[in-house]
Design a protein around this ligand. Structure first.
Ligand SMILES: C[S@@+](CC[C@H](N)C(=O)[O-])C[C@H]1O[C@@H](n2cnc3c(N)ncnc32)[C@H](O)[C@@H]1O
Length: 235
């Protein structure tokens, strides 16, 4: 069997999947993630699911090529609809827009409890974070990965508890802020830049910028605090 190489983003997602998991990879496309994990003996079994036939066929071919048809099933479905029959205890939804991930969670027919969710939004990370906090999902861990651009990976579980977070936490990730490090500084700078552009645009349009200015202040404080920490460490 040929060794499958994952890029940093996918490797980080794979590392979030617990050993022995029953995995549902939603929007699997090529099916690389379940194939990699099955080849490593890291999962009990998996379902590779996609809404579109063409990508799912790529996954089918990949699974066959690696002789993994007894470990990985495939499913043509929209999001998590009908996925309960595979009884997954870990769900990965990666490489899709944050709003689509919210919609998939909202329309899920899978019992919410007892499942680890590993989510990697391509856009609207703050919106997904707000959705999770408002809808009873607790964010248990988070990562920032640089692979050509910065990606956020969010691990969450459903407990029914509503979590309160500041706006900067939604944009950067509370766990990421706790961990600190260079990736956090890079993400903070990116969000700062984007927010500054937004403030300028809203000012030009004569719109209120109170919320954006409050976010800028939070972000600047985080950047300053973590820069200071980093400088202290290198002295
Ligand atoms: C950009 S690929 C991401 C592939 C892989 N998960 C990754 O992170 O590299 C997005 C995949 O999601 C699939 N997709 C889009 N909407 C979906 C939905 N509602 N349910 C399941 N799959 C969906 C697309 O067909 C496509 O194969």
């Amino acid at each position: 069997m040929t060794e499958l190489q994952l890029d940093k983003r996918m490797k980080c997602i794979a590392d979030c999947v617990p050993d022995g998991a029953i995995l549902a990879d939603i929007g699997t496309d090529h099916g690389k993630l379940p194939v990699y994990l099955a080849m490593k003996g890291r999962i009990k079994r998996a379902v590779a699911a996609d809404i579109n036939e063409m990508p799912l066929q790529k996954a089918v071919n990949n699974i066959k090529k690696h002789g993994l048809t007894d470990v990985i099933e495939t499913c043509l479905t929209d999001g998590l609809k009908g996925i309960e029959k595979f009884t997954p205890d870990c769900v990965v939804i990666a490489g899709m827009g944050g709003e689509l991930i919210e919609q998939i969670l909202e329309e899920s027919t899978l019992p919410k409890g007892g499942v680890k969710y590993v989510l990697q939004p391509m856009t609207k990370e703050d919106s997904l974070s707000r959705y999770l906090c408002k809808n009873g999902y607790v964010i248990t861990d988070e990562h920032i990965v640089f692979e050509g651009k910065l990606y956020r990976i969010i691990c969450a579980e459903y407990t029914g508890e509503i979590t309160q977070m500041t706006e900067s936490m939604h944009y950067l990730g509370r766990k990421n802020i706790e961990k600190g490090g260079e990736m956090l500084i890079a993400l903070t700078e990116k969000v700062l830049e984007r927010t500054e552009v937004k403030v300028a645009g809203r000012r030009m349009a004569g719109l209120d910028v109170t919320e954006e200015k409050a976010l800028l202040a939070e972000l600047q404080e985080i950047k300053f605090r973590h820069f200071e920490k980093k400088e202290g460490e290198t002295l």
